[in-house]
Design a protein around this ligand. Structure first.
Ligand SMILES: *Cc1c(COP(=O)(O)O)cnc(C)c1O
Length: 348
């Protein structure tokens, strides 16, 4: 069955003609010798957008997270995060395998927690205790339903972290979705953090890449790890050009993805017994909880695929739908109608 409408992830986007033209026209050089002007321009632009001193172009968001932990932590240190966090469940326990750090997760269905939630998990300095070192937040919360961390909550966490000699790290895979949704510049969130990155390959529509930002000292250390881990590239300007194009053209339009996600949720809410989250405050992610229905997520996803619509199975009764720039408003509307009809048929 050919996939006509792919809602599995915002990573499924492909560069359009204009982005490709910008990539082809990029001025390039050897990145490892600081001779790639387009990569350098992307790093300057990203640092400015994120309200940080310096930035570093890396191949993936996962590498941004791992390098951040390598810089912030020593073996035996502890990282506080939500139990739904990508760093906790989807990076091959990289923090343990590479930095030698362990997680102390906070149970949170939305992926958001408060300074009051984090406080009791910060350990008193004792010779036999792990050293609490990092508080990690995800903006927006992927498995939490694309929810947006409010600036005030981040401010409280930054204050708490700094009082306790800890770092606040932001996995900003979808930071610009948060920015557009809240009507605030990305730096309003990002400048509160000691390290922060944005993915170019999610909603921004680039084929790959992410940019990590922080203080001059942090980025100097991160650069060493970039080389050690084999993340240093050569004519990376072709990819950096896609990032610069995305910063200019693909941020404001994320509002369309958010409207489309909300429409999808509204249509599916019509199916009684189906739980649709979030309830409000949409970005580009919608979750369907089929617990109360007599159908499993894999059965529903397979049936929907027969109509050309692909969605993500996140659990036996859980489906994730992600809108992005390669699905139009009309396509999402059609996918919503098909999803609703398919569900009603299956539970009849
Ligand atoms: C996709 C994602 C990552 C990893 O980014 P890659 O660029 O795919 O390595 C990390 N965190 C979150 C929340 C993500 O959604």
């Amino acid at each position: 069955m050919t996939v006509e409408i792919d809602l599995i992830s915002d990573t499924s986007t492909r560069p359009g003609a204009e982005m490709l033209a910008a990539m082809c026209a990029a001025e390039t050089g050897d990145e490892q010798r600081y001779e790639d002007p387009t990569t350098l321009a992307l790093e300057i632009r990203a640092a400015e957008l994120l309200g940080q001193e310096k930035a570093l172009f890396l191949p993936s968001g996962t590498m941004c997270n791992q390098i951040s932990f390598l810089v912030h932590c020593r073996p035996g240190d502890e990282i506080i995060c939500a139990d739904s966090a990508h760093v906790f469940g989807s990076e091959g326990a990289g923090a343990a395998a590479l930095a030698g750090a362990q997680f102390r997760p906070i149970s949170s269905s939305t992926g958001i927690f408060t300074a009051d939630d984090a406080l009791p998990l910060i350990r008193e300095p004792r010779h036999r205790s792990p050293r609490s070192r990092v508080i990690e937040v995800e903006q927006t919360t992927n498995r939490g339903g694309g929810r947006v961390w409010p600036v005030a909550a981040l401010q409280d966490l930054a204050t708490l972290a700094h009082e306790r000699d800890m770092a606040l790290h932001m996995d900003g895979a979808r930071l610009f979705n948060a920015s557009v949704s809240a009507g605030l510049p990305a730096r309003a969130f990002a400048s509160l953090c000691d390290s922060v990155w944005v993915d170019l390959s999610k909603g921004l529509g680039c084929p790959f890449g992410a940019v990590l930002a922080g203080s001059e000292d942090f980025i100097a250390e991160a650069l060493i790890w970039k080389h050690r881990l084999g993340g240093a590239m050569r004519q990376s300007g072709f990819m950096a050009a896609a990032g610069l194009f995305a910063f200019d053209h693909n941020i404001e339009r994320l509002a369309d993805d958010h409207r489309n996600a909300e429409h999808f949720a509204t249509v599916l809410r019509d199916v009684s017994g189906l739980k649709v989250t979030p309830e409000s405050g949409f970005t580009n992610i919608v979750f369907l909880d089929l617990s109360e229905l007599d159908v499993t997520a894999p059965t529903f996803a397979a049936a929907l695929l027969e109509s050309g619509v692909r969605v993500n199975v996140e659990g036996p009764k859980r489906i994730r739908v992600v809108t992005h720039l390669d699905v139009s408003t009309a396509q999402v509307a059609r996918a919503a109608d098909l999803a609703r009809e398919t569900l009603l048929r299956l539970i009849r």
